[in-house]
Structures are given as C-alpha cells and as structure tokens.
Design a protein around this ligand. Structure first.
Ligand code: X5A
Ligand code: ZN
Length: 663
C-alpha cells in the first residue's frame, strides 16, 4: 500500500484544464551585481536570491510549464522615461570604474547602495526584462509573466539609486507601455507593491498620473521603517489629475500576516480596482513580508501570496506582470514565488480558508485609508460593519495552539506592548541562512539535525494530522482551515517517504473541556495501552527523526532553532523496549507521551498522546471527557475519507462511537 507515486499525485494540486501561458524571465548575468566580498556581514540582497527562486521553480516542475523568455537589455530612451540623464550615466559608468574602493566610495554617496563591476549589466537586464515581460503580456502573446530580476527597483528615484535599487524596473515598464506603446491599448495600469517597504520611487514617478493607480502596502511604524519619512503615509493620495491614484496602506508594526493583507485586499484594493478597471496589473513583488524574512518582520505564507494574487486575476483579463523586488530569506522567497507561479498557471488559488483574524491596528489603518480616499473612490465610503472589525487577533504568547490538540493556555496581550522579537522570532525559525543556497543549507545546522536526518520513523496520527493537507503544514509550512496560524514547517521540507494506514488495538477517545483552536469540545487521544477489543485507525507518515522532532516542536510551539532534539536516537532505542517515553515539553502539554506501536518494515512506529496518569484523571472525572466539536470531528472524518480508509458513514460512526463509549 505504501507508494510514493500515490503521495506525489495527492500532494500536487489537480490541474483541471490547460495551463495558462505564463512567461518566466531569469538570467544568471543578473548575479553579477553583488556586494563587495569581505563585508563584515553578508549582504541580504545577494545573487542567491534569484538562483533560489529559479532553482525551486525548476525542481518543482513549474518552470517547464512556463514559457521561458530571454532577458533583454534596457534601451537608454526607455530609462529616460523615468530617470534623469545624470542617473542613467551614473549607473552606466559603474562597469568602467575599475577599483573596488572607487566603487565603494561612489556607492557611499547613496542610501543603502553597493556597486560591483557587473552592476551596470545586471541593472540593464533587470529593467529590460520587466519591459520584455510586460510587452509580451500587453500584446497577448502571454497571459501573464514573472520576471525574476535583481537588482530590485521600487526605491530607485528619478535621479538616484536607493535601497538596493538601481533602476526602477516596474516604473520603466509601466511608462514604456503607457507612453511608447500606445498601440498595444494598455491605457491604465494598476501597480500593486506588496514589498514590505514603501515603493517611494514608483510613487513619485506617477504621483500626478491618473493612468497609473499606485497601491503600496508596507510597514510604516510611524515613519521609522525604511525608507523612513512620511512618503508612505496614507495621506499621500496623489496630486493634480493623479489625485486619488496613490494609495498607501501603512502598517503600524510588523507581525502582519495573511489575515491582515487579505483584509486590505477585500476592503480597499479589490473594491478600488473594480472601479479603476485596469488594462494590466504590474506587481512589485517583493517577498520580504513573507514569514521568515530577516528584514520584514511580517508573516505572509506562500498560501497568503497565492490568495492575494488570485484575487487580482479577475482584473484586466488576468494580464499580470510580476517583477521581483525585495525578499531576503531564500527559502521564503522561493516558496512564495512558487505559490505565485502556480496561481498564474492554474488561474486559481488552492481553496482553503484561514481562521486567523487581522489585528485591531489593521482595521484601524484600513479605516483611515478608506476615509482618506473615499472622496475619490465612493466605494470606500461606507463604514465597515461592526461584526467585521470586531474580529481581531490578539497575540498569543507562550501558547501552543497551532494544532489545538496540544496545550493551549493563550495569554492574550494587547498588540502594542509586544516587540517583534516576542512574537515573530519564535515563529520565524525558518531563519535565514543568508550565505547559502536553499539546497545546500546543511552546513549551518546543529549537528543533531544531520544525524537524525539519517534515521526514519513512522509518525502515526489519529487526530487532525490524519488529514494530509494539515500534516503537510508541519513539514512544508503553511496554514489550512482549522489552524489558528501558519506553521513554519520542518527545516527539512522533503515529503514523507511513505504514507500508510493501519489499525491498532488501542482506544481512541476525546477529552478536555475546550481548546483554543476548536473551542468547546474534546480532542483526540489514544489510550497508551493496547486492548484487543479496540480498533483505532491511524495514518502513518514515514519521516526522518529530524522532521519528527520538528513536528514535536511545532505541536508544542517551540522554536526549531534549538541545540537539542526533544527525541533523539537514544530515546528511539529506549522506547522500543519500554514502549513509551515521556518528553519534556512545554508545561502542561497534553501530548507529552510518545508511544511505540511496533515496527513496520523495520521502521519504528511512534505516536504522541497523553500519559497513563492523564487517562486516570480523565476516568476519575478530574478532567472531562467530551465529544469533539463538529468542526474538529469533520476534520477527522475528512482525513479518514480522503485517506480512503472509511466511507463517510463509517468514519462518522467511528468518531461517534469513540466520542460516546465510556473509557
Ligand atoms: C528592495 C528592498 C530594502 C532596503 C532596506 C535598506 N529594499 N535598509 O527591499
Ligand atoms: Zn523591500
């Protein structure tokens, strides 16, 4: 029954119908722009960024479904559409500055800029390639395109490079279509800048231009976040005939994630886009608001990006051009870009609903933006319903409710009193190996990881992890329905080596009063002792002991960046003779008992449940036995049905019996 082929097909989304024509541009020559070598610290805007994206698009099989375009150099007259003569000759002169110290001295005149000999060429290819992509989409030769370019562009101003940006790639392509290619019929362009930083350069270039609706959502932090100042404020709405055509959504702090961005999409961007009715959308697609980014402090998941993009697909007949801007965690940018290309190809995002809510500050910002812009966009005029803005997230500290079957003391703390480090750092344990490529990151890991990556176990699940999409979040990162927030995934994101189902002579039961995720109702436990009268259905995932530890960490909201595993090879030896072992987890955790269920093809089978003494407490009534809430029960039933173990009726009967039969 174990079959990798089967896993493969159920893991990849089914593609009903043809792919759309999606262009991809990448060229290694854009790696010739890099920061001077022995810098004290590795520069985040590094060549590996585009390599990481390109290599994941290839290894995941998406690139071959796209149309690969050749990178192009930009023409001077196209640069001149948005940049001064002086700026153009500055960037063009870099390649002939023949010493590193001279280049450094030159770069030091600007804000957050470095130069290398290849900067001129890389900048030219980045700008030229975004033009090429935009032109092909405008002509209808492609449905959409993604230009994997660097250096980025959106901070570059008319007369100076800035913030790692040399030419403003997106602005150049926009101006090219609107001014040089009137014949292509693109008369109105919506620029969506979802890079975590404000697109100051782009804003200025089109500030008075009604043909361009510039929309930027970014960290603002009262004007202290890069590129600090007040250009990114929501009061900057455009001037003259461009009035109302500049929309800034300035976050008060980091930590914003899928729910916050989607609230902005639903309550600002999408309604305005319907009115503006663009002929094309160009996305300044930085991925530095992604979870795990070292600079951004926000936490958009790949799934979040796919929904944001999917919501844009209904406009302009899907004519979308994406251009890479920032994004500095190689793994985060690669998986985010993959999610986007997947949407461009399919024309729809995976259909999952997140239960997370926006911050109270997010609703505040949304209301300020709406008020500021409602004179220009009447659709923004109404008050948002109370019931919408009352749904907010407070930040849970020291909680471990990612699964809801674990400990869930949620200490709600007002968002204002927390710093980024309180919340993001524990979450963003994808952390940032900036000096290596995605697939050779092993060298930075603690040695226990490489050791345990060589040992396989079957992780046997009987709760919501039976649902594969749910379990996958623990490996790949992400969030699906019924999860309160995204998971970071394992450091080793490779798929399970096998999935099988087995029944075990153990009692499944439901206990506890309520959990943070599921609300009132019990969650599933497996009686640690076997009993020949009982039969529980378990889904077994063959994963490495390293991944198993990462699942344990996430189940218990612990940081993956620890120097010790929770369950090592020695513990694996012990458990096979002693049958169960208790691991030191967060205080009060319920799934602190690891139980050995035998072996399958020579590989040990392990599950997580409560201890025997917990069972005693459940039986004595000290802690309540409770049936699961409907939603949780449904998740288990879907898991069993999708796993083709039971029919829907059988699965309901199974859960029903486990909920009602006395322990
Ligand atoms: C393109 C981009 C960030 C600049 C940060 C400078 N630039 N501290 O993300
Ligand atoms: Zn950025």
């Amino acid at each position: 029954m174990e079959s990798n082929g089967e896993i493969e097909s159920s893991l990849s989304r089914s593609n009903g119908g043809e792919d759309r024509r999606v262009g991809l541009i990448f060229d290694e020559r854009m790696c010739k722009h890099y920061a001077p070598a022995p810098a004290e610290e590795h520069h985040p805007e590094c060549p590996d960024r585009i390599l990481a994206i390109w290599s994941l698009l290839n290894s995941s099989g998406l690139a071959k479904r796209c149309i690969i375009l050749k990178a192009k150099d930009v023409e001077d007259n196209h640069l001149a559409l948005v940049h001064t003569k002086k700026h153009i000759s500055l960037i063009k002169s870099i390649s002939s500055v023949n010493s590193e110290s001279k280049r450094s001295r030159l770069a030091a005149r600007f804000n957050s800029i470095y130069f290398s000999e290849g900067s001129t060429e890389a900048a030219s290819l980045a700008a030229g390639s975004v033009i090429e992509a935009a032109e092909k989409v405008a002509k209808g030769e492609l449905d959409s395109a993604f230009a994997i370019v660097r250096p980025p562009g959106h901070h570059a101003e008319e007369g100076e490079p800035m913030g790692f940006c040399l030419y403003n790639n997106v602005a150049i392509a926009t101006s090219y279509l609107l001014n040089e290619r009137r014949d292509l019929g693109i008369n109105k362009i919506l620029i969506v800048d979802w890079d975590v930083h404000h697109g100051n350069g782009t804003q200025k270039m089109f500030y008075k231009d009604p043909r361009v609706l510039f929309f930027s959502v970014h960290r603002y932090d009262s004007g202290t976040f890069y590129p600090s100042g007040h250009d990114g404020s929501y009061i900057m709405t455009g001037e003259d005939s461009g009035a109302g055509h500049n929309i800034n959504v300035p976050w008060e702090h980091g930590r914003c994630g899928d729910a916050d961005y989607l609230a902005v999409w639903d309550n600002i961007l999408i309604p305005v886009a319907k009115e503006f009715y663009p002929d094309m959308i160009i996305v300044s697609a930085g991925f530095d608001a992604a979870i795990g980014d070292p600079l951004g402090g926000c936490c958009i998941t790949p799934h979040g990006y796919s929904i944001m993009l999917d919501k844009l697909m209904e406009f302009a007949g899907g004519k979308i051009v994406m251009a890479l801007e920032g994004g500095y965690n190689l793994n985060s940018i690669a998986t985010s870009a993959r999610a986007c290309v997947d949407v461009l190809l399919h024309g729809k995002a995976p259909n999952v609903v997140s239960e997370a809510y926006p911050f109270a500050s997010t609703w505040r910002v949304i209301q300020e933006v709406r008020r500021e812009l409602s004179t220009y966009w009447p659709v923004l005029g109404g008050e948002l319903p109370e019931k919408t803005i009352n749904k907010t997230t407070q930040i849970a500290v020291l909680s471990s409710d990612s699964e809801g079957e674990t400990e869930d003391i949620v200490l709600a703390v007002p968002e204002e009193v927390l710093t980024i480090d309180d919340v993001i750092l524990p979450l963003s344990n994808l952390k940032i190996d900036l000096d290596s490529q995605v697939d050779q990151e092993a060298k930075m890991k603690p040695s226990w990881r490489s050791e345990l990556s060589k040992v396989d176990v079957w992780y046997a699940t009987y709760g919501s992890n039976m649902k594969m999409a749910r379990f996958r979040c623990y490996i790949e990162g992400g969030q699906i329905e019924g999860m309160r927030r995204p998971c970071v995934g394992s450091m080793d994101k490779s798929k399970p080596k096998g999935i099988i189902w087995k029944t075990f002579p153990h009692r499944l039961f439901f206990a506890r009063e309520r959990t943070a995720t599921w609300g009132p109702g019990g969650v599933a436990f497996l009686h640690p002792n076997s009993n020949a009268q009982e039969k529980a259905h378990l889904c077994l995932y063959k994963i490495t002991l390293e991944q198993f530890n990462d699942v344990l960490f996430q189940e218990n909201s612990l940081n993956l960046e620890t120097s010790h595993p929770l369950f090592d090879s020695a513990a694996l030896q012990t458990i096979q003779t002693e049958k169960s072992i208790s691991v030191e987890l967060v205080q009060g955790g319920w799934y602190h008992n690891l139980v050995y269920l035998g072996n399958e093809g020579g590989t040990p089978v392990l599950t997580m449940t409560c201890s025997l003494s917990d069972v005693d407490d459940f039986m004595s009534g000290k802690f309540p036995i409770n049936p699961p809430c409907k939603e949780y029960a449904n998740t288990l039933i879907t898991g069993l049905v999708e796993g083709e173990q039971l029919s829907e009726e059988e699965a309901s009967a199974y859960i029903q019996e486990a909920s009602s039969k006395p322990l």
